[in-house]
Design a binder for this molecule. Structure first.
Ligand SMILES: NC(=O)c1ccc[n+]([C@@H]2O[C@H](COP(=O)([O-])OP(=O)(O)OC[C@H]3O[C@@H](n4cnc5c(N)ncnc54)[C@H](OP(=O)(O)O)[C@@H]3O)[C@@H](O)[C@H]2O)c1
Length: 293
C-alpha cells in the first residue's frame, strides 16, 4: 500500500518543525502533525484511539525526551517517552501494517571508538538518556521487526533549542566562553535530516526494502570547540573562545568522547549525497538571521 497520510509526532521539536516546513514541497502526501497536546508520549495507552482518528499510512516519531542531563533525574518519564512509547507506536504500526520511522542517537555508543560507528556496532550507552534510547531501539524492533530507526547526532535548526542558537546568544552576551574541545561528533542540520526522511518515505513508496537501523548526520567530524569557532566565524561574532577538556566542564550526564556516526548505509540505500556540516551550518545561520529581521 502506498503511503499517502503521514502522521508526525513532536511537531514543535527541531525535526518535527523542519518536516512541517517541507510539507508544502511534497504535495503527494497529506501530513498530520501532532504536538505534545495532541499525542503525549507519556501516556502510551492513549495512542491507539488517537491514531485511529487519523488512519495514517506511516508514522514518523520525532518526539522524544531529549534533555540529556535532566534524564539522569527524571528516569521514569524519560524511559516511558523514549522506550515504552516507542515500543507502543511500533506495535500499533505492525498491527496497521504501516511503516514506522523513529529516531535514536549517537549517545547509544560508549565513545571509546577511534573510527566512525557502523549501524551494526554494539550499543553501550554511558548516560541514562542513551540507555532509554537504546532500550527504545530494542523494544521497537522486538515489537515490529520492520521498524526503521535513524540514529542522528548533534542536531541543530533555526527552530528550537540547540548548540548553534545557544552559542550565538552567549557570544553576543559574553566576552569569553569556555568550550569542550575533546569530544568529537558529526553535527546534523534537522532540515537535512527531514529531507532524508522524505527521501526514505519516497523510496518505500517505490517498493524499496527499507528497515532496520540507519545513521544520518552531515558530512565531516568536529569538536564542540571547532563547531563553536565556525559558528562565530559564519555569524561574524567577536567573543573569545577558550578550548577546555570535558573533565573541566562537569555535567550530570557523561557524554561519549567520540560519537562519530558512519552514514554510508543511508547514502547507499537512498542514493543520496549528504552535504558537509559547515555548508548546512551556513544555511541554518542565514535562516536564524532572517528570523531576527
Ligand atoms: N537534539 C539532538 O541533538 C539529538 C541528537 C541525537 C538524536 N536526537 C534524536 O532526534 C530526534 C529528534 O530530536 P529533536 O532534536 O527534534 O528534539 P527536540 O527539538 O528536543 O524536540 C523534541 C520534541 O519532543 C516533544 N516531546 C517531549 N516530550 C513529549 C511527550 N511526552 N509527548 C509528546 N511530545 C513530547 C517536545 O515537545 P515540546 O515542544 O512540547 O517540549 C519536542 O517538540 C529525537 O528522537 C532525539 O532523541 C536528537
Amino acid at each position: 500500500m502506498a503511503i499517502h497520510i503521514i502522521l508526525v509526532t513532536g511537531a514543535n521539536g527541531q525535526l518535527g518543525w523542519e518536516l512541517s516546513q517541507l510539507a508544502a514541497s511534497y504535495p503527494a502526501f497529506k501530513f498530520v502533525f501532532f504536538d505534545r497536546s495532541q499525542l503525549d508520549l507519556a501516556f502510551p495507552e492513549t495512542f491507539e484511539k488517537m491514531i485511529q482518528t487519523i488512519a495514517p499510512d506511516c508514522i514518523v516519531n520525532t518526539a522524544a525526551y531529549t534533555a540529556v542531563d535532566k534524564s539522569e533525574k527524571e528516569k521514569e518519564l524519560s524511559y516511558t517517552i523514549n522506550a515504552t512509547a516507542v515500543q507502543a507506536l511500533a506495535s500499533i504500526c505492525k498491527n496497521l501494517a504501516i511503516p514506522f520511522i523513529t529516531y535514536s542517537t549517537d549517545y547509544v555508543f560508549d565513545g571509546e571508538a577511534t573510527q566512525p560507528y557502523a549501524t551494526s556496532t554494539k550499543v553501550d550507552p554511558v548516560n541514562y538518556y542513551g540507555s532509554t534510547k537504546a532500550a527504545g531501539e530494542t523494544m521497537a524492533m522486538e515489537a515490529n521487526e520492520d521498524t526503521i530507526i535513524i540514529r542522528t547526532s548533534w542536531v541543530f535548526s533555526s527552530h528550537g533549542n540547540n548548540f548553534v542558537k545557544t552559542m550565538m546568544r552567549l557570544m553576543k552576551e559574553r566576552d569569553q566562553l569556555n568550550i569542550v574541545a575533546d569530544q568529537k561528533g558529526r553535527p546534523t542540520y534537522a532540515k537535512d535530516l527531514a529531507i532524508a526522511t522524505m527521501n526514505m518515505i519516497e523510496a518505500i513508496n517505490t517498493g524499496k526494502a527499507i528497515k532496520g537501523v540507519y545513521h544520518f548526520a552531515n558530512q565531516g567530524e568536529t569538536t564542540w570547540f571547532d563547531f563553536a569557532a565556525k559558528i562565530k566565524a559564519i555569524a561574524s561574532l567577536s567573543c573569545e573562545l577558550q578550548p577546555i577538556e570535558a573533565k573541566d566542564f562537569p555535567t550530570p550526564a557523561k557524554r561519549p568522547a567520540y560519537s562519530v556516526l558512519d552514514t554510508s548505509k543511508i547514502e547507499q540505500d537512498l542514493s543520496i549525497d549528504i552535504r558537509h556540516w559547515e555548508a548546512a551550518l551556513k544555511d541554518c545561520i542565514d535562516q536564524i538571521n532572517l528570523n531576527v529581521l
